[in-house]
Design a binder for this molecule. Structure first.
Ligand SMILES: CC(C)(COP(=O)(O)OP(=O)(O)OC[C@H]1O[C@@H](n2cnc3c(N)ncnc32)[C@H](O)[C@@H]1OP(=O)(O)O)[C@@H](O)C(=O)NCCC(=O)NCCS
Length: 389
């Protein structure tokens, strides 16, 4: 690395250079996508969420930060979603990506995000900086004919449009709060309205559920389906399955524990797809306080956190969980503490078994009783996302 390399905030003047680096990293933008890409880029840079590395005047790397919220244990936690991490080929392998990502971590902290997440194209660089697998985006393929025969004909299902965005969000929130869900992104009402307005999406609403689906070549693809009763689950899935004379397969982005796995007669195709995403705690006390925990869980454990990238997380902490509320407070006690790397903390937050963290050398110290308590505190439904970013 030369001394001339420095972190910069991307400006509108840099965007042509960013497009060039991007093309050398992900392939060229499709001709029709340039306008949309620029419009999005401007939104990021105006809010200080587009960072780059410049060599002299030339931008040679860039990354953007989405202002997201993510469900954790049935509560919404602000999360910095890192995307579009690109380094010009001639600068790769010299620490430019790491310089950029350190800037992204600091900026996300400055903006008050307790968490950050990303879909890694390669895990190495992100693991060095404390990210670890947090969950997946699962796609299962069902036989359309199977879904068609699920019934639910007694349920009234009507077409939904942008005016239903608030109701759709209510149904989502009810589902994720009561299901103690983790991983899913929270979209603002304006984006949900755009999604419902898009003519290529087919949206249907029942009293206690909705579905949004579309075509993917000759198959149907379910973006999201929420149902609060068996009858509505049957009705919405069979609405999608009614396309079985044309589409033999319905692809669905759902959790591995979604009710559809238990309702459909045949199991989903064995070739399920999983895109894993990684998580990192930026502000450990804030992240612990913001998420939900299963009712009835009572935990008191000392932790020793070692975070070279975010010194504020370093040191000895007391983790207390009671009445579905967690706190992490500095402590001076000298009893046994479970030592966690940032990767272990992220993976634990996402419900990864202590056994895995110990076997990979990421968790040390402590004792089996503390392991059991930590496991009880963070175990919950498999974290998953519906969206790629
Ligand atoms: C991935 C990318 C951003 C890394 O940038 P970079 O400047 O080469 O990264 P650094 O030099 O800071 O490397 C940091 C670490 O990651 C490792 N690394 C970087 N690219 C890697 C790759 N493709 N495969 C495996 N490890 C990789 C480096 O070896 C280094 O680890 P080490 O210190 O143990 O050797 C860059 O190669 C790139 O733009 N690739 C194409 C686009 C892309 O994949 N973006 C990521 C989207 S999530």
């Amino acid at each position: 690395m030369t001394d001339a390399l420095r972190l910069v905030d991307i400006t509108e003047d840099h965007l042509d250079a960013v497009v060039r680096v991007r093309a050398r990293s992900f392939g060229p933008l499709a001709p029709g996508d340039h306008e949309r890409w620029t419009k999005d880029a401007v939104e990021f840079l105006r809010d200080g969420r587009y960072l780059g590395v410049a060599d002299g005047d030339e931008v040679v790397a860039a990354a953007r930060i989405w202002d997201f919220q993510q469900w954790w244990g049935g509560r919404r936690v602000p999360m910095a979603g890192v995307a579009g991490v690109v380094v010009s080929p001639e600068y790769r392998g010299r620490g430019v990506g790491s310089l950029l990502m350190r800037g992204v971590l600091q900026r996300s902290l400055d903006k008050g995000f307790p968490l950050t997440a990303l879909y890694p194209a390669t895990t190495v660089i992100y693991r060095h900086l404390g990210y670890e697998y947090g969950g997946g985006r699962y796609r299962f393929d069902f036989q359309a004919a199977d879904l068609r025969s699920l019934g639910g004909k007694e349920v009234t299902v009507r077409r939904a449009g942008p005016a239903d965005a608030a109701r759709v969000l209510e149904l989502v929130a009810e589902a994720h709060q009561s299901g103690h869900a983790s991983g899913l992104l929270v979209w603002p009402e304006s984006k949900v309205a755009e999604w419902l307005e898009d003519e290529s999406n087919f949206a249907y609403l029942a009293d206690d559920g909705f579905v949004v689906y579309n075509w993917d070549h000759r198959n149907l693809s379910v973006d999201e389906l929420i149902a609060h009763s068996e009858a509505t689950a049957r009705a919405l899935w069979s609405t999608v399955g009614s396309g079985s004379s044309i589409a033999s397969t319905v692809q669905a982005y759902v959790s591995p524990h979604d009710p559809i796995h238990y309702l459909a007669e045949h199991e989903a195709d064995k070739q399920a797809q999983v895109q894993r995403w990684m998580l990192r705690l930026l502000d450990a006390p804030a992240a612990i306080a913001a998420r939900g925990y299963a009712p009835g869980v009572e935990v008191d454990v000392d932790l020793d956190l070692q975070d070279p990238e975010v010194p504020a997380n370093n040191g000895r902490w007391h983790l207390s969980i009671s009445n579905s509320q967690g706190t992490l407070t500095p402590t001076e006690t000298s009893g046994e503490a479970t030592r966690l790397t940032p990767r272990a903390l992220a993976a634990l937050y996402a419900g990864t078994p202590l056994k895995t963290l110990r076997t990979t050398g990421q968790a040390t110290g402590g004792n089996p009783t503390q392991d059991n308590l930590l496991q009880t505190a963070f175990t919950g439904p498999t974290p998953y996302m519906l969206d790629y970013f």
